[in-house]
Design a binder for this molecule. Structure first.
Ligand code: TMP
Length: 239
């Protein structure tokens, strides 16, 4: 397969066309932003960790029956994915209270939820990705009722698979963000799963091993990304 012209540059990735109309070529960058792009920086080798970790997570999910866009890892920073028609929603799944949920409901970070929480955000930077509900998504034509049903079902399956394997790495999967798209009429998991899009806390020390180290200026960002990748890789290898 051949990498052709760049089609789009996002905050963390560049998307290229390929000579196969079914596929995109994705390049992961070291650029990091937070708070809708207000805070900017770079995290050394983040693109390498996120590319390899996302490929590993998607391959693990695919082996366990989840339809994803992942096709193949090309090198340290690049992978090929299926071309999806993206649904303009960010789906946040939460197992433990943290971040914006902690502020919204006035509950301390670390409170273990009785059951997983499923939230929808409308993906629009100019609006700051506002939280919406299912009726907004349907009434505004962003997704159908069936697609929302499929996204929920896939998200719950992803949650069961990932919490189990990440637990075995000695890490709590606190919360994370998923994005979905449609290919050949089927809803599939797209985008990435990485320390940029998940909260990972060490089970013993509660130390944060994710992008909150960058968002909150906690230091040792690169080390946290490398450690979480190493530990989850080992847990998946032993799965
Ligand atoms: P939140 O607590 O800030 O709403 O974040 C929930 C989860 O979603 C957390 O794991 C980080 C992830 N996330 C993204 O991947 N992208 C975003 O733009 C935001 C706001 C959160």
């Amino acid at each position: 397969m051949e990498k052709l012209a760049m089609l789009y540059e996002g905050k963390a990735k560049k998307i290229y066309d390929t000579d196969n109309k079914k596929y995109f070529w994705v390049e992961y960058k070291d650029d990091a932003t937070a708070f809708n792009g207000i805070k900017k920086g770079t995290i050394a080798d983040k693109g390498i960790v996120n590319n390899k970790m996302s490929a590993m997570m998607f391959a693990y999910l695919a082996e366990n029956g989840v339809n994803t866009h992942f096709v193949e890892l090309i090198n340290d920073r690049e992978q090929v994915v299926r071309r999806l028609k993206m649904i303009p929603l960010e789906i946040v799944v939460r197992n433990i209270v943290a971040g914006s949920l902690s502020k919204r409901v006035g509950k301390e970070e670390g409170y273990v939820l009785d059951s997983p929480v499923f939230e929808l955000y409308y993906k629009d930077d100019s609006l700051g990705d506002p939280m919406v509900n299912e009726t907004h998504a349907i009434a505004l034509g962003w997704a159908t009722l069936d697609q929302i049903h499929d996204m929920k079902e896939i998200a719950l399956k992803v949650n069961a698979l990932l919490t189990e394997v990440i637990d075995r790495a000695g890490i709590d999967l606190v919360d994370y963000k998923l994005e979905f798209g449609v290919c050949d009429g089927k809803v599939m998991l797209g985008d990435e799963i990485s320390p940029d899009t998940c909260r990972f806390w060490d089970k013993e020390t509660q130390e944060k091993l994710d992008k909150d180290r960058f968002r909150r200026d906690l230091g040792k960002v690169e080390e946290a990304y490398a450690e979480v990748y190493r530990r989850i890789k080992e847990a998946i290898a032993n799965a």
